[in-house]
Each structure stands twice: as structure tokens, then as C-alpha cells.
Design a protein around this ligand. Structure first.
Ligand code: NAD
Length: 520
């Protein structure tokens, strides 16, 4: 079990990072964080309380008032700096991500690139999106209307463990750029990644108090956080998302929820099998399948099924499994013993009920305590949980289909709607099929990076996969209160004093008729 990650060095680094956590009092209990590569204890994080949340939100709110007063170009410069800094400091960042999650180095690198791309995008485009914009007035020329965007105040972010850098910092960037303070509750497995990222943000020029982190259990820190912020961004499971949405609803605060998926990949009869096999490997096994966008259902046209299956199995068997910082490792560890158990249960249940394992299907303790083989199944019938429920591990299943229509119907036969992919050599057909799939992002001849990496376009879920969007205009303006300022320059919008109501109504009718026929 070769790992070049020095646990002792990481421990020192982690103890130092804990100083960055806001604590209202001393002597918080600790939550143990385990190194997923080895199962050894790494360090402890403070178990935050409601008191800590109050303190963190107050500090972020105060700092936010000063930050919002700064010109937007000045705020954007911080993220322009971050986009470079994260690339310069990637080695240390990758070590911490890997120590906490056990993922392969290339999977951790994907997070670094995501933050760099998001920071660069919002630094360049954000100020324009936030600038006051002219809107069409009630009466052309007479009513002058402007739309303005104000920060909401303090944004709360509750994040999961699977992409601990990307799903904390990349969501915080637009919130901060819009002029808000942020209080983040990272997942209890992966708080150190968030703490290290906060240091980078401060080095890039972010005021210290503006971005607060409260570590701890979701059930302890989450509810008081939702009770004290002005907007809540959540990424995690659909079940937790429902509980969070209920509380946000009671508090009348807006929220965005990026939830689970059971994502289909469609291999149409004219697909290039080289592209499709590559996409299936990336889509199913990147991040050891602990990816909300992962392809867990692969629908292949019967005419290609045999060859696709053979080539996909061969490509999967050539992947290098491992634990450590070596760039040559393709598939790393799962996060924890508990999660490994969940993945094993899903596969074992499917096999018991008649599914066939084409490759994989076993834990690999000699590689790492939570390592599971990349696994491909077939003969998974509709009543098997693995067919409909998210596995969130390196496990996928192949299903044969007779036609494009059947592939689309089966792809849509789910409560989820996060991501999908379509493989075809006919680009127009690909885009038409994509538009008929009920998912927030659909990739043609790519698994997920094409859509997720296109930060200018919205990303989020249909159906039970979420509410709201990250990325693009939507991903920035959701962190603002839109305000309409309307100035009536000439003529009243109500009957002027001496004019009888009936005359006024006639005049307005004539005006509306004129407008109906005019280009305004
Ligand atoms: P989870 O819902 O268990 O936990 C996510 C976060 O919520 C953690 O920080 C946790 O501490 C916190 N939490 C738990 N209970 C809470 C409560 N009652 N109140 C407030 N906060 C609470 O999810 P997970 O298992 O860590 O993450 C995996 C899930 O996340 C998968 O379903 C995956 O598909 C989804 N995910 C979605 C996206 C997306 O963009 N749609 C991205 C990554 C992961």
C-alpha cells in the first residue's frame, strides 16, 4: 500500500489550520478526521455549536458591509488573484484534499482547475452582470427603469465531502463577489480543505472576517446557520436537501439545492465506440464514482452492445487502482468505511437478485482500507435498488435498448434529473436527443466535463436533483436582491386631477393600441 503522503506533516498542517475556525468559546469537543488512504486518525476538528454560528454570522455580516461598499472592480481583483494563486499553490492543496478524501491526485486536480476557472470567469464577467441595467418602462420614454442588484447580506453554504474544494470555494466566489459575507459549514470529513482554501482567499486579498468557517456536524451547525443567514446554498443528498428547503421556506429565505443523481448515458446506434468507452470510464469512475454527475446507467443500442461491453470492460480493467499521491493512479479510495459499506451493499444486493458482474464487484483492502474495484454490472432489473437509487461509488450498469425512443424513455424514467450524456456521430441528432432528456446538464460525446466546465452556462438539477442553478448569470445573481428603480419623467400613470376616469381609460386604451402596433 504505497502512499507518499506524509501523515505527520499533514497533522501539523491540520492543527495549524484549525486556528482559522471561529469559536465563540474554548474547549469545543473534537470530531476525528481519518486519512482515507490508511484509515489512520489525522486530526480533530472542533464540533461547532449554535453559539459559534452566531459569532461567525455576526463577523461575516459586519465585514460584508465594508466589503459591499468597495467598488466591484476591487472585489473582482481578489478573484483574479485567486485564479493564479490556486494554480501556484496546487501541490499543498492537492495533498490536503487527498489526505482527507483518499481520492486520486488527478481527481483532486480537477477541483483546483474548477476553482481557477470559476474565479477567472466571475472576475471577468461578474462586474458587468452586477452593474445597473436599463429595463423597459411602463410607458416608453415617459418611465425610466433601472434594475440594480444588492448583496443579500450573509450567505450560508453547506457542502459535501466528495469535492471539498470545488463545492465550497467555487460556490463562495460569486456570493463574495456580489458583496456578501459567507459562512461555510463544510462536511465533517473534509473541513481542512476548506480551511486551507480560506487561507488562499485571504492571501489573495479577501478581508479576514468576510469568509467564516464553522466546522461540525450537519444536524448541530446546519439548522442554526439556516436560521441566521439571508440565503442558503446546499450541495448534498436529496434527503438532507428536503429538510433544508423546509427550514429555508419557514424562514422565507431563498436557497439553491444541488442534490443527487442517477445519471443516464445513451450510446446511440451511430456512436463512435472509442468516444463512448472513454466517456463511460470517465463518467463512471472519475473520483471513484463519488460524483453527483456520474454515469450510473448506460443505455446502449443492441447493435453496439456486445462490442461496447467488451471494450468498456477491457478499458476498466486497465485502470490503476491505488492510494497515494502518484499521478499514475486512476482510481483512488472511497471516503470512509461507512461509504464503502453502502457501495458493497448496493452491489451485493443486485447480485443476489440476479445481476451479473462483468468486472469488479469487490473491495480491495490490500490496496487501501476503503478501496473498491471499478465495477460494471448487467442484468440489473427495474426492481433492484441499484437500478434506481444512487450508488455514489465506482459502479455502473449496462442496459441494452432497441431504439433511440426507448433509450430516452428509460433515461427519463427516474425521480432524478441532474446530468446525462449522449453519444452519436450526428451532432444535430445528439443535440435533439439531449433536449428531450429531463436533466439540467446534457453532454453530447462527453460525460460531464463539457457542461460542468462551461462555467458561463447554468448547472443544476431537474426534478429531485435540485432547485436553482450554479454557474453563469444565475449563479451570481441568486446571491443578490434585485431592485427596480422606476422614475416617471412625464405624464402621470393615473388619471390626472381634472380628467374624468372614463376619459383617462379611453386615452390609455388608445395608447395601448398604439403600443401593440409599435416596435416598443
Ligand atoms: P449529505 O446530505 O449527507 O451531507 C451534505 C452536507 O450536509 C454535509 O456538510 C452534512 O454535514 C450536512 N448535513 C447533514 N444533515 C444536515 C441537516 N439535517 N441540516 C443541515 N446540514 C446537514 O450528503 P453527502 O453524503 O455528504 O454527499 C453526497 C450527496 O451529495 C450525493 O447524493 C451526491 O449526489 C450529492 N452531490 C450533489 C452535487 C450537485 O451538484 N448536485 C454535487 C456533489 C454531491
Amino acid at each position: 500500500m504505497a502512499t507518499t503522503l506524509d501523515v505527520e506533516t499533514e497533522r501539523d498542517e491540520f492543527e495549524r489550520l484549525v486556528d482559522g475556525v471561529t469559536l465563540a468559546g474554548d474547549d469545543r469537543e473534537g470530531i476525528e478526521v481519518v486519512a482515507s488512504f490508511t484509515g489512520e486518525p489525522l486530526a480533530t476538528i472542533p464540533a461547532g455549536t449554535a453559539e459559534d454560528v452566531t459569532e461567525a454570522v455576526e463577523r461575516a455580516r459586519e465585514a460584508g458591509k465594508r466589503w459591499a461598499d468597495r467598488p466591484v472592480a476591487e472585489r473582482a481583483a481578489v478573484f483574479e488573484g485567486l485564479a493564479e494563486l490556486i494554480l501556484d499553490r496546487q501541490a499543498g492543496m492537492l495533498d490536503v484534499i487527498q489526505a482527507e478524501t483518499g481520492k486520486a491526485r488527478l481527481d483532486a486536480f480537477e477541483e483546483v482547475i474548477d476553482v481557477a476557472g470559476t474565479a477567472r470567469y466571475y472576475a471577468a464577467e461578474g462586474p458587468g452582470m452586477l452593474a445597473p441595467a436599463k429595463r423597459r418602462g411602463a410607458i416608453p420614454l415617459a418611465t425610466r427603469v433601472e434594475e440594480r442588484h444588492h448583496p443579500v447580506g450573509v450567505v450560508g453554504i453547506i457542502s459535501p465531502w466528495n469535492y471539498p474544494l470545488a463545492l465550497t470555494v467555487s460556490d463562495a466566489i460569486p456570493a463574495l463577489l456580489a458583496g456578501n459575507g459567507v459562512v461555510l459549514k463544510p462536511d465533517e470529513h473534509t473541513s481542512f480543505t476548506a480551511l486551507k482554501a480560506r487561507e488562499l482567499l485571504i492571501e489573495a486579498g479577501l478581508p479576514e472576517d468576510l469568509f467564516q468557517i464553522v466546522t461540525g456536524e450537519g444536524v448541530e451547525v446546519g439548522p442554526p446557520l439556516i436560521d441566521s443567514v439571508d440565503y442558503l446554498t446546499f450541495t448534498g443528498s436529496t434527503e438532507t436537501g428536503r429538510a433544508i428547503a423546509e427550514q429555508c421556506g419557514r424562514n422565507l429565505i431563498d436557497c439553491s439545492l444541488e442534490l443527487g443523481g442517477k445519471n443516464p448515458m445513451l450510446v446511440l446506434d451511430d456512436a463512435d465506440l472509442g468516444k463512448a468507452v472513454r466517456g463511460a470510464v470517465v463518467g463512471s469512475f472519475n473520483n471513484a464514482g463519488q460524483l453527483c454527475l456520474a454515469a450510473e446507467r448506460i443505455y446502449v443500442h443492441e447493435s453496439l452492445r456486445e462490442e461496447f461491453t467488451e471494450r468498456f470492460v477491457a478499458a476498466t480493467e486497465s485502470l490503476t487502482l491505488g492510494t497515494g499521491t502518484d499521478w499514475g493512479i486512476d482510481v483512488g479510495s472511497l471516503i470512509s468505511a461507512e461509504h464503502l459499506g453502502r457501495v458493497e451493499d448496493h452491489v451485493d444486493d443486485a447480485v443476489e437478485k440476479g445481476a451479473t458482474v462483468l468486472t469488479g464487484g469487490q473491495a480491495r483492502p490490500e490496496v487501501g482500507p476503503y478501496v473498491y474495484e471499478p465495477t460494471i454490472l448487467t442484468d440489473v432489473t427495474d426492481e433492484i435498488a441499484l437500478c434506481t437509487e444512487e450508488t455514489f461509488g465506482p459502479v455502473t450498469a449496462i442496459y441494452g435498448v432497441e431504439s433511440e425512443a426507448e433509450a430516452i424513455e428509460r433515461a427519463n424514467d427516474t425521480d432524478y434529473g441532474l446530468n446525462a450524456s449522449v453519444y452519436t456521430e450526428d451532432s444535430e441528432r445528439g443535440r435533439e436527443v439531449a433536449a428531450r432528456i429531463e436533466a439540467g446538464t446534457v453532454n453530447v460525446n462527453d460525460a460531464y466535463v463539457a457542461s460542468y466546465g462551461s462555467v458561463d452556462a447554468p448547472m443544476g438539477g431537474f426534478k429531485d436533483s435540485g432547485v436553482g442553478r450554479r454557474h453563469g448569470r444565475e449563479g451570481l445573481l441568486k446571491y443578490t436582491e434585485a431592485q427596480t428603480i422606476a422614475e416617471q419623467r412625464t405624464g402621470p400613470n393615473a388619471p390626472p386631477g381634472p380628467v374624468p376616469n372614463e376619459w383617462y381609460a379611453k386615452g390609455m386604451t388608445a395608447l395601448m393600441r398604439l403600443l401593440n402596433r409599435s416596435p416598443f
